[in-house]
Design a protein around this ligand. Structure first.
Ligand SMILES: [Zn+2]
Ligand SMILES: [Zn+2]
Length: 760
């Protein structure tokens, strides 16, 4: 028999004990795909493998873990696992800092981060974790590259990148310091043109837009996530009209100002417009366009005041039979409307007005504008003359983007350049993966991969002659395009060819992912994952995702800040989760991040939430221990009242009824909150229920000397429900209480109202 001497709350005893028990019973193993229970793949974000789990991770994973544990407790099959996003600049910079190969650095980081996450008690299926930098995994990137290349969705172009002459290397934006200096040598950085591999997303923008409305209707995409998708897409509604020049050449032009088309004074074409060539006759104009396409924009040349304008010397007739419209090419279009052609309407549009000024155009009066001359006297109601031939239309700001980087710590691009006549040749799929040498120690200068003869020299797959490998690697953003899929693959199947992996029933069972829980800065990742899923649906591997959506539901949470500012070492306001766990235990730290703010709001860190949550858990523990000790005393006395003859029963029955009602109402409310991932409300309602349990005891004792058996049973029943409700939020202490209250600790604690007999 258990010794019922009350113990004090010691998370440093409880938590290792529970975590060892979870490991021993393999509590978070992904159930086999065959069961007919509901399957829920809950996707946490893939952390950059850059050293430490920070408090922002704790917030993110505490929300996802609470939801995963809640769904398991309801008897659903849950897949909760992630891969480390191990390639990329942060890892490369970490390795440069320490003068070691990035592969060693990320291996140590991942080990350390895994230890931190395990100490926090998250219910990840660790057998499904992977590193994106393992050859077995980055072959996914290479396979995806070849698949999208074959479908015409990857193309080679040129792009402008920041370059340091001293370090002989390209620089990412974050490596360019204020004043345009290199982060490493502090010499001036200049823009150069380099060949780039680009991902074509434009064919899927319209569908991404349409599906977004469906996702909004689903009710399980939260507003922050939806608005991030709308922002990345950048839809602009307006109208379009065909303009035909004297030679019969047609150009469809767009404007968001459909009612002011008659006031148009010029036409702007994006340099990336598919039909831009047709408007160029003059060779000097062609030269200017080439410069525009390859030169990129200096940082200070991106505003309307300075952005390049190339006059084609051609004109189109005005839709309102006014002055002919000069046709200009300018990248100003891209950032506002995508690769299209637009009407310049200076009377309506500030950017167009600035451009008109540069062109020396006298701006047409807008009759609708009350500040312009004449309109006041001529009265309201007058508007620009309407124009025939307008159709409602829309444009998207989202653009194709570069996926290659001149860096050594990334997935090698499976392309070779034949020294004969074959040009750029894709590496055949059966030769994947193209292996990245692991004994590279980047210094920040040059590209160490390009200096490795053993990597560069190869044979052309087409003619068998000498060839050189592509030495650019894929940006880690490209790895992110598939990073959400492999955890659905049982570890034993991971080495299969990718076409067999995509044929596995497991993918059909777990996809689409039921819920993504990620930071609100993940909008671009999620958007591009949604685009690529549609491409892979059309190409075939993900054909079973008929709407091309990888995520049925999505929750974006805001970041953790302190004193109203972003945390940074520089500001000295970083909260160290390890220190907090060492002091208060993991349950307190997790509960505090859930309690402190709604996921959709920034969590402004204060120690008061930690103290409040620690006090709460301590009280729950002490109260439960005291009740259990009292129960044992009654039992060992051998004369536990039967309840039938209990004097207190008559005067306290209504209190028991009240307690049962409170408990039932609490279960109902907290269930709704957990389903909606409103964990901050759930924590508050669990605290409220505990207050009511204490209140109940107080009221009973006000009426009678002792609780009596019936009242004590009712109280223990309520504490049992409290332990169940607390289990997803503070899992270590909750399971200890559940066991102490006489329940089976060898299986998943069921959610209240769910049968504890969950079939194996
Ligand atoms: Zn430099
Ligand atoms: Zn060849």
């Amino acid at each position: 028999m258990n010794d019922r001497t009350p113990t004090s709350y010691d998370p440093h005893v409880i938590e290792p004990r529970r975590q060892a028990a979870w490991r021993a019973r393999d509590a978070f193993a992904t159930p086999p795909a065959e069961s007919d229970r509901p399957h829920r793949y809950i996707k946490p974000s893939a952390p950059f493998t850059s050293g430490n789990i920070h408090i922002g991770h704790v917030r993110s994973y505490s929300i996802g873990d609470a939801y995963a544990r809640f769904q398991r407790a309801r008897g659903e099959d849950v897949l909760f696992a992630f891969g480390f996003d191990a390639f990329g600049l942060p890892a490369e910079l970490g390795a440069i800092d320490r003068g070691e190969p990035p592969s060693d650095w990320v291996a140590r980081c991942a080990e350390h981060m895994t230890g931190q996450l395990q100490r926090l008690g998250y219910s990840f299926d660790w057998t499904r974790t992977f590193m994106s930098s393992d050859a077995l995994m980055y072959r996914w990137s290479q396979w995806l590259f070849l698949t999208l290349l074959d479908a015409g969705l990857i193309y080679r172009g040129t792009g402008a990148v920041d370059w340091c002459d001293t370090c002989q290397t390209t620089l990412a934006t974050i490596q360019v310091e204020d004043g345009g200096l290199c982060w490493r040598c502090h010499n001036p950085v200049r823009l150069i043109q380099r060949p780039q591999w680009n991902l074509r997303i434009s064919p899927y923008l319209q569908e991404a837009d349409k599906r977004l409305a469906e996702l909004a209707d689903s009710g399980i995409w939260d507003e922050v996530a939806l608005s991030s998708q709308r922002f990345v897409l950048g839809r602009v509604d307006g109208e379009e009209i065909d303009l035909v020049d004297s030679g019969g050449e047609t150009l469809t032009v767009f404007t968001p100002h459909g009612d002011a088309v008659a006031l148009a004074q010029f036409v702007l074409i994006s340099p990336r417009h598919p039909g831009v060539e047709r408007w160029i006759v003059d060779p000097t104009v062609r030269e200017q366009l080439e410069d525009l396409r390859s030169g990129g924009l200096e940082r200070d040349a991106r505003d309307a005041e300075a952005i390049p304008l190339v006059d084609t010397g051609r004109t189109l007739p005005s839709p309102a039979d006014a002055e002919p419209l000069p046709v200009l090419i300018s990248p100003v279009v891209d950032g506002r409307f995508g690769a299209t052609a637009v009407l310049g309407i200076p009377a309506r549009d500030r950017t167009d007005a600035l451009i008109a000024q540069r062109l020396g155009l006298q701006v047409n009066d807008d009759p609708c504008d009350e500040t312009s001359a004449g309109s006041v006297n001529e009265g309201a109601g007058e508007s620009p003359p309407s124009v025939a031939g307008l159709h409602p239309a829309m444009r998207y700001r989202a653009n194709d983007f570069s996926i290659s980087r001149q860096r050594s710590w990334g997935t090698p691009i499976p392309i070779v350049y034949c020294e004969g006549d074959c040009g750029a040749v894709p590496v055949p799929e059966e030769q994947l993966p193209v292996l990245l040498p692991l004994d590279l120690t980047p210094t920040g200068a040059g590209n160490p991969l390009a200096e490795r003869e053993d990597f560069v020299r190869t044979t052309c797959p087409r003619c068998g002659g000498p060839a050189q490998r592509e030495t650019d690697t894929l940006d880690c953003h490209f790895d992110a395009l598939w990073l959400w899929v492999p955890v659905c693959v049982p570890p034993a199947e991971r080495e299969r060819p990718l076409d067999e992996i995509f044929a596995l029933e497991d993918l059909r069972t777990w996809l689409p992912c039921e819920r993504v829980v990620a930071g609100s800065d993940s909008g671009n990742f999620v958007f591009d994952q949604r685009i690529v899923t549609k491409a892979l649906r059309d190409i075939g591997p993900l054909a079973f995702l008929t709407d091309g959506e990888p995520f049925a539901g999505c929750l974006f949470h805001e970041m953790v800040i302190r004193d109203g500012r972003k945390m940074s070492k520089h500001l000295g306001n970083v909260v160290d989760p390890d220190e907090l766990v060492a002091r208060y235990g993991a349950d307190t730290v997790r509960l505090a991040t859930l309690y402190a703010a709604r996921p959709q709001r920034a969590l402004n860190w204060s120690d008061s939430a930690v103290l409040r949550c620690h006090r709460f858990l301590t009280q729950v523990w002490d109260f439960s221990q005291a009740q259990l000790a009292a129960t044992t005393t009654v039992q060992s006395g051998g004369d536990r009242p039967s309840g039938e003859g209990d004097q207190a029963r008559d005067t306290t029955e209504h209190l028991r009824l009240k307690l049962a009602q409170w408990t039932e109402r609490g279960v109902q409310k907290i269930t709704e909150e957990m389903l909606a991932l409103e964990m901050h409300s759930a924590v508050r309602d669990v605290m409220r229920l505990f207050d009511r349990i204490k209140d109940y005891e107080k009221r009973v004792l006000a009426r009678s000397e002792e609780l009596g058996a019936a009242n004590r049973d009712a109280l223990l029943d309520a504490l049992t429900v409290l332990a169940q409700l607390l289990a997803p939020l503070a899992p270590n202490i909750a399971e200890e209480l559940w066991i102490a209250l006489g329940n089976d600790g060898d299986t998943q604690t069921p959610w209240p109202g769910v049968s504890s007999v969950v079939p194996a």
